[in-house]
Unconditional design. Structure first.
Length: 94
């Protein structure tokens, strides 16, 4: 699913959102803050200390133009996959 991306270099925070649904609440797991809609879907994710958490330099994160966000569920487990897209390059994160 295509998603918007915002990176705040000052606080080193990356926010990925689909913008599809209204956020009802959030779930915090370490440096990850997941936005959850009223139907229980994850519609966005914020990553605090993004450069350290993702092992990517702030300069690289600042170049991200958009992203793809995919949430997989299996056997009571959730896997979040996002692909960071920038000119001529993509970075896959799980």
């Amino acid at each position: 699913m295509k998603a918007r991306v915002e990176y705040d270099n000052y606080i080193d925070s990356l926010h990925i959102t689909t913008g599809k649904n209204t956020v009802l609440g959030t779930v915090v797991i370490g440096n990850f803050i997941c936005d959850v809609s009223s139907d229980g879907a994850i519609v966005g994710i914020e990553i605090d200390n993004a450069s350290e958490t993702l092992a990517l330099a702030p300069g690289v994160l600042a170049q991200v133009q958009s992203a793809q966000l995919e949430v997989l569920t299996r056997n009571q487990m959730i896997m979040i996959k996002f692909v960071l897209l920038m000119e001529g390059k993509q970075i896959v994160c799980y």
